[in-house]
Design a protein around this ligand. Sequence first.
Ligand code: AP5
Length: 217
Amino acid sequence: MRLIFFGPPGAGKGTQAKRLEEEMNIVQLSTGDMLRAAIREGTLLGKEAKGYMDAGKLVPDGIVVGLIRERMHGEDCENGFLLDGFPRTVVQAEALEKMLDSQKCSIDHVISIEVGDQEIVNRLSRRRSCPDCGAVYHLDNLPPKVEDVCDACQKQGLLHRDDDVPSAIQARLSAFHDQTEPLREFYQERGLLRSVSGSQGPDEVCSEIREVVSISG
Ligand code: AP5
């Protein structure tokens, strides 16, 4: 199974991808996580990407396409993958299509997780995540059991992302509407787009996605 999770920043793409990757035995490929890892490691690519990310702008297509091309050759992708945050422009979608064509495979479903802008601002400003294992929390909707401690790995000190501040959130929403939303039409034309309501609780969103991809829950 090869899936794309499509939606605005904070729609719940990462939350749902982490739930479904084990259940479906496919790997989550998040360009945002790859770029943040490059920043932590201090690579040239990470240094170049950081300015764009902190400002809430998209990183240039050539960088993210290169990351995905390299990652998709990993052995762990043989059974399929779940793309989280890629593609985000028509140029990226076309590059992905070419990559998959050359491997004689294709995307099965593009799952659009629909959430309004006001809810997005609330979700991102109250999000926290674990610097070690990447588990994602929300201070009101999905708080950790012990304040500031990760439930999954017990790491103390949950992070507030540098781009989860009001100015960057607004810029990310604009980038989504201007550069990423045209992909709806791109995938609708190919008969791949499936919409689910992302404004329900995480369990309900997960059930709707399961129904869409026809796996039992
Ligand atoms: P990226 O890391 O991909 O960020 P994003 O798309 O902005 O998405 P998020 O990770 O912020 O949100 P999400 O949808 O995963 O939501 P989450 O599950 O965490 O990209 C970051 C940056 O990297 C970009 O701005 C860009 O600069 C660059 N970049 C990355 N990919 C790129 C590409 N392809 N091209 C160019 N540049 C690229 O949930 C959010 C919050 O809501 C959490 O607190 C969670 O607990 C809560 N929540 C989740 N689901 C629910 C629910 N159902 N109900 C209530 N609360 C919920």
